[in-house]
Write a protein that binds this ligand. Structure first.
Ligand SMILES: [Zn+2]
Length: 182
């Protein structure tokens, strides 16, 4: 595996760290695409780009990567139910609570912001963010891109956002529609 994912701000369009973490695959729909968390290094650099850990200290190993992917699977299950306004799966929520507890380290500020110390602690910090989002959702519901299934908050005025990003899925959808009409 030579080409580890290079994260850019285009990977962080969900509006919440937990959603961005859930969006670390090329696409979720219509079928699962390439895993962007393809190596411990990719996970390390995600934590760095997300500002959870200094890039120099965010060393991950294979077991942290496995935990991260497991965590991501829980987020998919929970937020796919939440965005359809259905009850959250209690077993996934229970596992998420366990993950948040398991390796919690670093500093938790008075406002609830977690500054982890290790890569495993960073996974716990993401789990905590997801718990906060799942149990105390903002007024705008979580949605998913019509095209790739990435999660996001719809902050547009008309609440008609359909794409994770106009630059990627929005333009591709428009191009596909153009082709089908001409
Ligand atoms: Zn998309």
């Amino acid at each position: 595996m030579t080409d580890t994912t290079q994260w850019t701000d285009d990977h962080f369009v969900g509006g919440d760290l937990a959603l961005d973490f859930a969006n670390t695959v090329f696409r979720r729909t219509p079928e699962l695409g390439r895993d962007l968390l393809d190596s411990p290094e990719a996970l390390s650099s995600w934590f760095g780009h997300a500002g959870l850990l200094p890039a120099t200290e965010s060393r991950c190993d294979g077991s942290t990567l496995r935990k991260a992917r497991e965590l991501r699977g829980l987020l998919w299950r929970i937020f796919d139910e939440q965005r359809h306004d259905r009850p959250l799966p209690t077993d996934a929520l229970s596992d998420l609570l366990g993950m948040a507890q398991a390796d919690l380290d670093g500093v938790v500020a008075a406002d609830g912001t977690v500054t982890p110390q290790t890569a495993a602690g960073a996974c716990s910090a993401v789990a905590l963010r997801a718990i906060r989002l799942a149990l105390n959702p903002p007024a705008r519901p979580v949605r998913a891109c019509d095209r790739c299934g990435w999660f996001f908050f719809d902050t547009s005025r008309g609440r008609r956002r359909r794409w994770c990003s106009m630059q990627t899925c929005g333009n591709q959808a428009k191009a596909a529609r153009y082709r089908s009409m001409h």
